[in-house]
Design a protein around this ligand. Structure first.
Ligand code: CA
Length: 418
């Protein structure tokens, strides 16, 4: 596929994140209420207004009035495809309808972006093999994977309530950490990021009814960048016997634009070869990973510019989002419109491909030196962490935008430590 040209000139630039080939879904405001929008170049098409103006194929009831994409998602893949085709037609270079659509454009620099959908549930997986082996080495001095790892996508049920949009400040969490004798109450001293993709479930499944990998793939609406903020010291003390809890529950950041799965179809890649054969319910008929370049930057407060911490690719994952979703449903657990699935930390085999500071600094033992002379084993107050990504096509890219968060000092809680 080549660049699809638009009458929105900024969408046709080679480095443009949001060409006509992309058309990601977001929610914005400009003083007033929240509205649904689709990014094109450096502009946003106000689709809430397009619906009000009768420019879209009418649904049974308005789906864009609520300032979230859930209502539209629930219409299903047929509606997603026809909506996307409608916008690609209206925004194409030379389109007759330009005069009707141009008044709906809003400059991205003039708006605030919000969570693009109501997050009904959040599950986080552990599908990066290099990450799982690195964590085993750091935490247990063994690169041997857990016995189940090559057979199922491991995951845990997270908190939808603490998923925030890029730009939301992140408060350093308080909690228990291990210490000789008895645990200690403290602000986390090992605050970390995790580079992940988030898959968004657009259509539901029913209680007691597992879905196949092919059905799961059809249920996925799109993808975002996801930073699963982690307090490693709290995680290390609490994770046995039931897995992560407060060390992960305090915040998860996502990027503001949902990249349509349709925009990524041309970037599908087969997963790595299977060391252990998968059970038939996890077989996938079409390649389920996507070739997406990913990177992470850190910028301490006052630093002139960010420093790259890692660069890797989403093909480093071992399980696809469709396999994770199928596995999630296999017991009969129903999936809801607006379910968010974190991929698990994406790390490659080399040091500069590690998708967390835990791995980059080897648990804090080998801190990273930044250009301003400071060093980092973990994240300090005032640091900003930014995830970015794009799929590179022939003369165009499918950009994900950015997912950023700045760390605020922990709440002051005098007396709680005793
Ligand atoms: Ca994670």
């Amino acid at each position: 596929m080549a660049l699809l040209k638009s009458w929105v000139a900024s969408a046709n630039e080679a480095q443009a994140e949001f060409p006509l080939n992309n058309l990601p879904y977001g929610v914005f405001s400009r003083g007033g209420g929240r509205r649904c929008g689709v990014a094109i170049g450096d502009m946003i098409v106000d689709v809430t207004r397009a619906e009000e103006a009768g420019l879209l194929a009418p649904a049974a009831q308005p789906v864009f009035a609520g300032g979230a994409w859930n209502g539209f998602m629930a219409l299903g893949p047929g509606a997603w495809m026809s909506f996307r085709a409608r916008l690609q037609q209206a925004l194409a270079l030379g389109a007759d309808e330009r005069a009707a659509w141009e008044p709906l454009l809003v400059a991205q620099r003039d708006v605030a972006l919000h969570l693009p959908f109501n997050i009904t549930e959040f599950t986080d997986f552990y599908a990066g093999r290099h990450h799982a082996q690195n964590m085993g080495e750091i935490l247990r001095r063994s690169r041997t994977l857990p016995a189940n790892w090559l057979h199922m996508p491991a995951g845990y049920n997270g908190r939808a309530s603490s998923v925030v949009v890029s730009g939301t400040p992140i408060r350093r969490p308080l909690g228990q950490v291990k210490q000789a004798g008895a645990p200690r109450f403290t602000p986390s001293e090992k605050l970390d990021f995790e580079l992940e993709l988030g898959a968004i479930v657009g259509t539901p499944s029913q209680l007691g009814h597992p879905v196949s990998v092919a059905q799961a793939d059809a249920m996925i609406f799109g993808f975002v960048l996801l930073n699963d903020w982690s307090a490693r010291d709290m995680q290390a003390w609490e994770y046995q016997p039931l897995g992560p809890f407060q060390g992960k529950a305090f915040a998860t950041s996502i990027s503001p634009w949902i990249i349509p799965k349709a925009a990524l179809e041309g970037f599908r890649v087969a997963p790595p070869s299977r060391e252990a054969p998968l059970l038939p319910y996890l077989h996938e008929a079409k390649p389920g990973l996507f070739d997406i370049d990913l990177e992470v930057w850190i910028q301490p407060r006052g630093a002139a510019e960010p420093t790259t911490l890692c660069r890797t690719n989403a093909t480093r994952l071992y399980y696809s989002a469709a396999q994770q979703l199928a596995h999630h449903s296999i017991s009969g657990c129903p999936m809801r419109v607006g379910d968010l699935l974190g991929s698990g930390t994406i790390s490659g085999p080399e040091h500069d491909e590690f998708g967390s500071l835990m791995e980059l600094s080897r648990g804090g033992e080998k801190p990273i030196t930044l250009p301003n002379g400071e060093s980092r084993g973990f994240i300090e107050d005032g640091d900003s962490i930014t995830l970015a990504g794009h799929a590179q096509g022939d003369g165009f890219r499918i950009g994900f935008g950015q997912c950023s968060g700045t760390i605020l000092p922990a709440m002051d809680t005098p007396g709680w430590a005793r």
